[in-house]
Design a binder for this molecule. Structure first.
Ligand SMILES: [Zn+2]
Length: 333
């Protein structure tokens, strides 16, 4: 294909391999749109884009995908349209919601790369926890006024939460409704710095997709000095985010997140209950997000509660996780 002629001669590049690989991009602000564009131009075959926000005029000073006519559209839908125009050969799967509601644990597990382009600590902690549960690496990026960081966390090493204290990790415990806007205070950001960090993330992601060596850890980039350095990132044995779902305990369900609550509950044994992240308050604790599915209305659809496609739900017996149910990925988004 002539589109990719200039890739030939790049050591380790394999166009067919990229075409058959998939990447999940969580957060479609400036970093996410840079990353998604570069992966699409490179010929990555399947892109899942997840963001519950809409394009605002204040997004237009940076990022390479959105224009004035996109203001008011869901970011993922605007991005999908532009990416399809840039490279019609790429399949783009837009998820207009927040990460734990939009991308299931089995999708994180099975993706060839998970890119975190989020703009808050709480959202990164939550994604780190979910990547660890799924046994997935997390490639995270962050920017500040004249620089930023690229952070690659692998399941056997440090995670984003390892560098935080308990208060920092606990920020993810704040109730966040899947359907509600999640905008934090706007921070300073510009086109060149977003492109700089987005480029480094994209190069790392493509090397991961090509199974070329990458070095886990944190790299800090300073645009005022045109310099970069590695930041120490060690696993904290006390970091509580390192729970992993044992693969042997996962059972595949015929139901997707389109299924009704009662269908899933009917598959439980006596004494079992299912926990899920959901979009309605528990009767016991209005702030809790991890709730028992039996507290939901039986004729609600799982996805209307904020259960993601391909989510892995925890089945609890006598207060302990006993087995896990993996939802099918079909159904509407
Ligand atoms: Zn950790």
């Amino acid at each position: 294909m002539r589109r990719y002629t200039r890739h030939s001669g790049i050591p380790g590049w394999n166009q067919e391999r990229l075409a058959s690989s998939s990447a999940v991009v969580i957060g479609m602000g400036a970093l996410g749109s840079e990353v998604a564009r570069m992966l699409a131009q490179s010929g990555v075959g399947h892109l899942v884009l997840c963001d519950g926000d809409t394009v605002s005029e204040s997004n237009l000073n940076r990022g390479s995908l959105y224009g004035a006519t996109d203001v008011g559209m869901a970011k993922v839908d605007a991005a999908a349209a532009h990416l399809s125009a840039i490279n019609p050969g790429v399949h783009v799967d837009p998820r207009p919601t927040w990460s734990s509601c939009g991308v299931g644990l089995s999708e994180l597990r099975d993706a060839d790369a998970v890119l975190s382009c989020l703009d808050s600590r709480a959202a990164r902690v939550e994604l780190a926890r979910r990547c660890n549960l799924a046994g997935a690496a997390m490639l995270d990026g962050g920017t500040w006024p004249w620089g930023g960081e690229v952070r690659l966390y692998t399941p056997d090493g440090a995670c984003y939460g390892c560098a935080l204290d308990d208060a920092g990790r606990a920020e993810s415990d704040e109730a966040v409704r899947c359907g509600a806007p999640q905008n934090g205070a706007a921070s300073a950001a510009s086109a060149p710095v977003s492109a700089l960090i987005g480029s480094l993330m994209s190069a790392t992601a493509i090397r991961m997709l090509l199974d070329l060596p990458v070095r886990p850890g944190v790299v800090s980039v300073d645009a005022t000095l045109l310099s970069s350095h590695r930041v120490r990132a060690e696993r904290d044995p006390a970091c509580p985010l390192h729970l992993t779902i044992p693969a042997k305990a996962v059972e595949r369900s015929p139901y997707s997140s389109d299924a009704l609550v009662r269908l899933l509950l009917a598959r439980l044994e006596p004494g079992e209950t299912v926990l899920t992240w959901a979009d309605f308050p528990s009767p016991d604790d209005a702030a809790a997000r991890l709730i028992q599915l039996r507290d939901a209305a039986p004729d609600q659809r799982l996805r209307d509660l904020g259960v993601a496609p391909g989510e892995i739900l925890t089945v609890v017996r006598e207060g302990r996780p006993d087995r896990y149910i993996e939802l099918a990925r079909g159904g509407r988004r």
